[in-house]
Design a protein around this ligand. Structure first.
Ligand SMILES: NC(=O)c1ccc[n+]([C@@H]2O[C@H](COP(=O)([O-])OP(=O)(O)OC[C@H]3O[C@@H](n4cnc5c(N)ncnc54)[C@H](O)[C@@H]3O)[C@@H](O)[C@H]2O)c1
Length: 375
C-alpha cells in the first residue's frame, strides 16, 4: 500500500516524465512502473535504504588489471563471475573464480550469463588496448571497444543491471593543454584507441539519463606493477609495449637495449614524463567506485593516477637501482603523437571517493621485477 507522501511524489515524478505508467484504483495510484532514473530519484528523496552491491560481473577479468581487481574484490567479500574470451587474458590468472569463456560480440552468451546470475554491477575491463595497433586497424577498436561495449550495455539494461565501472584511459586527453591533467581538461584523443574510450564514456553519459544505467569511468594513467606472489601480473609472453616491462627485459638481457624515443622534449631531462600507477591502486579505485554507485546515480568520471610524473630516464635509473643490473639504452627518434608530459590531477577521486594511492615508484618497479624474472 502506498502512503500519502509516496503518492504525491509519484504524481510529481510522472508530471515531469514521459515514460512509465501508473495504475489507478478508485482514483488512487496503486501500482507504478517507473523509468529507473525516476525510481532512483524517488528512493533518494524518500531516504530509502540503498542497495548494497554484492555480486559483480567482471568482463576482461582474466587480463592484467582485471585479474588484480578480481583478487581484491574477492578479498573484500564480493561474489565475482569473470567473462573473458582469453584473447589476451590468462586462464591461470582467474584461479578458482568462475570463468565464463565468451566474447562480448556474442549477445546470446551475454544474456545467458546475466540470466543465470543476479548481478548488482558490472566492471568492464574487456577491450583491445594497443595504441599502435589501433592506428593500423581502427575497425578492430571500434568493433571491440564500442560496438561490443554497446552489446554489454544492452544486455545489462534488458536484464535489470544498472551499475557499471568502466576502464577508460588517459588516452582520451591526447596532447594535454596543461599538466597536471584535470577531468575538465579538453579531450582530443590522438589515436583510435583513445577515441573509442571517449566514445564509450559519452555513451555512458547518455545511457544514464535515458536508461538509468549509472556509471563510473576511470581514466587510468600508466598501469604498472604486479602481484607475483599470487601469480598475477602482465602477460610475459606478449611483446611488451609498456615502458617498465621493456626496461626490465633489457635488464634481463632478453633485449639488447632499451630504446628511448626522443631526448629533446620540453621536460627537465628531455625525455617523456608519465604517471605510473600501481595495478593494486587501480584495483582499489574500482572498489571505491562500486561504493560510489551504491549511493549515487548518474555518470561519473575520475582520473586514476598518482599526480607525480617520472621521465623515461628516471624510470631507467630507478630500475638500475632495484635490479642492481646494467641497463643498456640508446636514444631513438620521437614517436609520432607522443605528448611530452602526462600526469594526473586525481584530487577529485581522492576527495569524492576517499581513494588514495598506496604504492610508490620503487614498489611498482620492485614488484614488476619479481614478476618478470620469475619463470
Ligand atoms: N594497461 C594500461 O596501462 C591501461 C591504461 C589505461 C586503460 N586501460 C584499460 O584497462 C582495461 C584492461 O587493460 P589490461 O591492461 O588489463 O588489458 P588486457 O589485455 O590484459 O585485458 C583485457 C582482457 O579483456 C579480454 N577481452 C578483450 N576483448 C574481449 C571480448 N570481446 N570479449 C571478452 N573478453 C575480451 C582479454 O582476453 C583480456 O583478458 C582495458 O579496457 C584498457 O583499455 C589499460
Amino acid at each position: 500500500m502506498l502512503d500519502d507522501k509516496t503518492i504525491s511524489d509519484l504524481h510529481k515524478a510522472f508530471a515531469g516524465s514521459p515514460n512509465g505508467f501508473l495504475v489507478v484504483d478508485q482514483g488512487q495510484p496503486s501500482f507504478a512502473v517507473l523509468p529507473y532514473q525516476t525510481y532512483q530519484t524517488l528512493r533518494q528523496a524518500q531516504g530509502m535504504p540503498k542497495k548494497k552491491i554484492k555480486k559483480v560481473l567482471v568482463t576482461g577479468g582474466a587480463g592484467y588489471i582485471g585479474s588484480h581487481t578480481v583478487k581484491l574484490l574477492l578479498d573484500e567479500g564480493f561474489e565475482v563471475v569473470v567473462f573473458d574470451n582469453l584473447s589476451t587474458g590468462r586462464r591461470e590468472a582467474v584461479g578458482d573464480t568462475e570463468l565464463v569463456m565468451g566474447d562480448l560480440a556474442d549477445r546470446t552468451a551475454l544474456d545467458k550469463v546475466f540470466k543465470k546470475n543476479k548481478f548488482d554491477a558490472v566492471i568492464h575491463f574487456a577491450a583491445s588496448i594497443e595504441v599502435e595497433e589501433s592506428v593500423a586497424d581502427p575497425a578492430k577498436y571500434y568493433q571491440n571497444n564500442v560496438v561490443n561495449g554497446l552489446n554489454l550495455l544492452d544486455a545489462m539494461a534488458q536484464n535489470g543491471v544498472s551499475k557499471i565501472v568502466f576502464s577508460s584511459s588517459a588516452a582520451v586527453y591526447g596532447e594535454p593543454d596543461k599538466t597536471p591533467i584535470h577531468e575538465d581538461s579538453s579531450c582530443n584523443p590522438t589515436n583510435p584507441y583513445g577515441e573509442t574510450k571517449l566514445a564509450f564514456e559519452k555513451i555512458l553519459k547518455w545511457y544514464a539519463g535515458a536508461y538509468g544505467i549509472s556509471s563510473v569511468s576511470l581514466r587510468y594513467f600508466n598501469a604498472a606493477g604486479a602481484l607475483g606472489e599470487e601469480g598475477l601480473g602482465y602477460d610475459k609472453s606478449l611483446r611488451h609495449t609498456h615502458l617498465i616491462p621493456r626496461v626490465l627485459d633489457a635488464a634481463l638481457g632478453k633485449t639488447a637495449e632499451i630504446e628511448v624515443f626522443g631526448k629533446d622534449y620540453k621536460t627537465p631531462d628531455g625525455t617523456c614524463v608519465r604517471d605510473y600507477i600501481h595495478v593494486l591502486d587501480l584495483a582499489s579505485a574500482h572498489i571505491a567506485s562500486l561504493h560510489k554507485l551504491e549511493k549515487d546515480s548518474g555518470a561519473h568520471v575520475y582520473n586514476v593516477g598518482t599526480g607525480k610524473g617520472y621521465s623515461v630516464l628516471e624510470i631507467i635509473d630507478a630500475a638500475v637501482e632495484v635490479t642492481g643490473r646494467m641497463i643498456p639504452m640508446k636514444f631513438a627518434d620521437r614517436r609520432p603523437g607522443d605528448p611530452a608530459k602526462i600526469f594526473a590531477d586525481s584530487s577529485k577521486l581522492q576527495k569524492e571517493l576517499g581513494w588514495k594511492p598506496e604504492h610508490d615508484l620503487k614498489s611498482i618497479i620492485q614488484s614488476s621485477w619479481e614478476w618478470q624474472k620469475s619463470s
